[in-house]
Design a protein around this ligand. Structure first.
Ligand code: SF4
Length: 222
């Protein structure tokens, strides 16, 4: 399977992952028409200066160890599966950036074995993007519930925004529909992100903003 085949599967698999915006329209491309409201591929984020930037919205993998009843990527679903190698996705993002298709990346994933193993691959992808390919554009990463604090921290150092999905309103419904997930596994990284952001804001106020090496693209801000 080449990178574009994987992109077709993994961009479509990401379409229900909560992002900032969604249109709800579904019109497939037609030969005699210009444009399409394709089911997958991009989402958008708003920068502090009011710009709306386009992000490649994709999963690192839709091969998930969990079986959440409502999810298209659940382990019991019979759908095509694909997984990007970290470098493959990083290079694809930069290729699309250079063609002016996107200005950033929205990265989520199914659970590839364990939350930590998945996040290690996400961190590897973002590290290649930031450090090897010098990408300075906007990156929004989803935290996989159950990821250890050190890896949430590593992900947060490479992304502009982290978020965690609260898919169900109560511990009871979570247990009924996502038996492998716990409320604590969802809420713990949220509390960590909030606490780290407050630390960063205190550091910034104290003038401790560390300089970064030059990178490709203009960063959209936190
Ligand atoms: S862990 Fe995420 S990707 Fe996997 S089945 Fe549950 S909601 Fe879907």
């Amino acid at each position: 399977m080449d990178a574009l085949d994987k992109l077709g599967i993994l961009a479509e698999a990401a379409r229900y992952d909560a992002a900032c915006t969604s249109s709800g329209a579904m019109r497939a491309p037609r030969q005699d028409r210009l444009g399409a409201t394709q089911p997958a591929g991009c989402c958008h984020a708003f920068t502090p200066d009011g710009r709306c930037v386009t992000l490649l919205k994709v999963l690192l993998s839709n091969a998930c160890a969990h079986d959440c009843a409502y999810c298209v990527n659940r382990s019991s679903a019979s759908c095509a599966r694909a997984t990007f190698a970290p470098r493959e996705l990083a290079e694809l993002t930069v290729d699309f950036y250079k063609r002016n298709y996107v200005e950033g990346l929205f990265l989520s994933s199914g659970v590839l074995g364990t939350a930590d193993a998945t996040t290690e691959r996400m961190v590897a992808c973002l590290r290649i993007l930031r450090e090897d390919l010098r990408f300075n554009g906007y990156v929004h990463a989803k935290v996989i519930p159950g990821t250890s604090p050190e890896l949430v921290d590593a992900l947060g150092r490479l992304a502009d925004r982290l978020s965690v999905n609260i898919e169900l309103p109560s511990a009871t419904s979570l247990e009924a529909l996502c038996p492998e997930k716990s409320r604590d596994a969802v809420l713990r990284p949220m509390a960590q992100i909030r606490s780290r952001r407050e630390d960063e804001e205190r550091l910034l106020l104290a003038g401790g903003n560390a300089a970064r090496p030059p990178r490709l693209g203009a960063r959209g801000g936190r």
